[in-house]
Design a protein around this ligand. Structure first.
Ligand code: TRP
Length: 340
């Protein structure tokens, strides 16, 4: 059976190495999986409606949206194989969002741990949209009846909510018949959790204050090399095995990044560099990172230099996405008793 795969990123700040190794690289693999009738159908969205739940700059939003799309393409998402679209250009997302918002119990959202982290102590100042955003995420998925959703660990709970919303719709409105398939998480290969270069216990993040903590997909070769050279390590030599790496988050992070970029196991990397100075690992890693990332960063800047191409790709992707989403939205209206 054809899998319909959907995943999305928000156009907030810049993408970094963690987004590439943890997500984009897998999206590219997924678009080539399956053959003939069972070939995957992949939709990759830039979800700009999500970006406005926190403070944002309207002048920059459109450009940020293009930049995320450019990163998808530069990383290898092929517009001939996958549909790349912008959420705000497909009205069914926002429309379905209301239908789900109106019928989802508050208690389900009260459980979402990410809101608690993001809103922090200033809960009253957080927007209603930030609170309700997992419902919009469910709409993103169900708008296409997506069957599989590649997501990182931090999004598993939101995907679980999307399943609950789909199931509840099927039970309440369709006598338990499956109108919305329950979307499944996709785990591709060993999970690559890329951590901050300054603190190996924190995820590499686009919102972390220090730019030295992450490698952006817009960094040039010198910057990448410098960030790796300055990455935090410890006073010992490179661990030679898992046991030696215990409790050494920064060391294991560099090994993990090396392994992921080189399609190797961490064990193999430790066998090669174990017992050596960190400077040796860092030199090799910085060469490897530059070799793997510079084709992506240069393609990205090419695409951003002349946005006509990217706008054309997005126009085609939006058209296709609308084509898929509209009938599903119409059916949903009809089932719920509206004038469809
Ligand atoms: N919430 C996701 C994130 O912050 C982005 C996202 C929005 C998403 N809609 C989605 C991911 C639908 C997968 C499917 O990373």
């Amino acid at each position: 059976m054809t899998k319909r795969i959907l995943s999305c990123m928000q156009p907030t700040n810049r993408l970094h190495l963690g987004n590439y190794l943890g997500a984009l690289r897998n999206w590219v693999k997924l678009q080539d999986e399956g053959q003939g009738d069972s070939k995957n159908e992949c939709l990759y969205g830039v979800v700009d409606l999500h970006a406005i739940t926190v403070k944002y700059d309207p002048v920059q939003l459109k450009q940020a949206t293009r930049e995320i799309a450019a990163a998808y393409i530069a990383a290898g998402v092929d517009p001939k194989k996958s549909h790349i679209f912008v959420q705000s250009a497909v009205s069914a997302h926002a429309q379905l969002n209301w239908l789900f918002t109106a019928t989802t119990p508050l208690g389900w959202l009260n459980r979402m741990t990410q809101f608690k982290e993001k809103a922090g102590k200033k809960k009253d100042q957080a927007s209603l949209g930030l609170y309700a955003y997992p419902v919009l995420m469910a709409a993103d998925i169900l708008t296409y009846k997506a069957t599989h959703v590649p997501v990182g660990d931090d999004q598993k709970q939101h995907l679980e909510l999307a399943r609950d919303i789909a199931n509840s719709f099927n039970v309440h409105f369709c006598d338990g018949e499956e109108f919305f398939p329950l979307p499944e998480p996709v785990i591709t290969g060993p999970a690559t959790r890329v951590m901050s270069l300054r603190d190996g216990t924190q995820k590499m993040s686009k919102s972390a204050e220090s730019d030295m903590s992450r490698i952006n997909l817009t960094d040039d070769a010198d910057t990448i090399a410098q960030k790796i050279r300055k990455a935090k390590t410890d006073a010992h030599s490179v661990p030679a095995n898992e046991k030696e790496g215990e409790g050494r988050a920064e060391a294991m992070n560099l090994i993990g990044i090396y392994a992921a970029l080189n399609d190797q196991s961490q064990e193999a990397v430790m066998a090669e560099f174990g017992g050596k100075q960190f400077s040796e690992l860092k030199n090799a890693l910085s060469d490897l990172a530059v070799a793997k990332l510079s084709p992506i960063t240069s393609r990205m800047s090419e695409l951003m230099a002349d946005t006509a191409e990217i706008d054309k790709i997005l126009a085609a992707g939006n058209e296709k996405a609308n084509e898929l989403a509209q009938p599903i939205y119409q059916d949903t209206l009809d089932i719920m008793g509206f004038w469809a």
